[in-house]
Design a protein around this ligand. Structure first.
Ligand SMILES: [Zn+2]
Length: 326
């Protein structure tokens, strides 16, 4: 195991320890039966606003760690055929995601697309069936998703997602559009992953990051105290901390926000996409400082209302906000 002594995004070493254990005893640790297999050890970076797990698996631990992923996450959809409810939610989400990608002008019939953590290939099938895109590739963790993508949706280029290196097991190694689902939240080395993703984008191409702000959504909805953090989530991203990470890695980007009307959190504004193109890396001095009011809303409010704990006090103290009461 490695224990990070500095921020994995901006390298700042002046960190605030965050105790997420209160009321999250089952969720901040990976638990199988009564065995705790992993603990996170959270910290907050006052420089770039990133909250992250200090404890990280070494490369030789990753296969075992991810072998436990379906069991720890208790994924109800890891069955074949896939549950209809899962498909219905994904279809709805895909309408919005691909709709926004189209609005951003990122879809052409002759382009190549790689969807990393593609679930059962819903977005790829959507691009094929609605926009005539043919050169489609997908990677996912779950065999049941891959089986559905291949057999039910007829997608031929579907491979296993290796969670650390994110190898692309296809002859094609560069893509006009990369759809990256929930990758930065899980990344053991987020800056190395961003560098790798840059290398997968063809000249003039783009990456769309989506489903990265789950924790912000949960905290805004004041459900964080109940839902907690799963132990595979290494970065608990806000809009600001994600922007800073992308800037540091040399990306130029726009937010593709969703219409939030009537959408529940899982497919709402916190699952928004960001389109990014490789650019020049930003220096630490060019990062956007933490926005105290956003942090107050996102990190603190839900806890303050439902589960006052050390997280609230440590983060408020870091921001000089001790005087604010819920
Ligand atoms: Zn930082």
């Amino acid at each position: 195991m490695q224990v990070l002594e500095s921020c994995p995004s901006c390298e700042n070493g002046d960190l605030v320890d965050v105790d997420l254990s209160t009321n999250l005893t089952d969720t901040h640790k990976a638990i199988i039966g009564s065995n705790v297999i992993w603990e996170a050890n959270y910290a907050y970076c006052p420089c770039c606003e990133l909250m992250f797990a200090r404890n990280r698996q070494d490369t030789e631990e990753i296969d075992d760690y991810y072998a436990a992923f379906p069991e720890v996450e208790k994924r109800s959809y890891t069955v074949y055929p896939l549950p209809q409810q899962f498909i219905d939610v994904q279809e709805k989400f895909s309408e919005r995601l691909i709709g926004n990608v189209e609005k951003a002008g990122l879809i052409r019939p002759d382009m190549s697309v790689l969807n990393i953590r593609c679930e059962y290939g819903v977005h790829l099938a959507h691009l094929r069936d609605k926009f005539g895109v043919q050169d489609l590739y997908g990677l996912d963790h779950f065999e049941t998703n891959m089986q559905y993508a291949r057999e039910d949706l007829g997608l031929s280029n579907i491979g296993y997602l290796d969670p650390y290196h994110v190898h692309v097991p296809f002859e094609r190694q560069s893509f006009d559009l990369v759809l990256a689902n929930h990758l930065m939240t899980h990344a053991l080395d987020p800056m190395a992953l961003l560098a790798h993703l840059r290398s997968l984008v063809a000249p003039g191409g783009a990456i769309v990051f989506y489903n990265e702000l789950d924790h912000m959504g949960l905290m805004d909805m004041r459900k964080m105290y109940r839902r907690g953090v799963i132990s595979y989530h290494k970065q608990l991203l806000t809009r600001n901390s994600l922007q800073n990470m992308l800037k540091r890695a040399g990306y130029r980007f726009d937010f593709l926000d969703y219409d939030t009307t009537g959408i529940k959190w899982a497919s709402g504004r916190h699952s928004m996409a960001i389109a990014a193109c490789p650019d020049t890396p930003a220096s630490v001095s060019e990062l956007t400082a933490p926005a105290a009011e956003n942090l107050y809303q996102a990190y603190l409010d839900g806890y303050d209302r439902h589960a006052p704990n050390k997280l609230l006090r440590t983060v408020k103290k870091a921001l000089g906000m001790e005087q604010i009461s819920a």
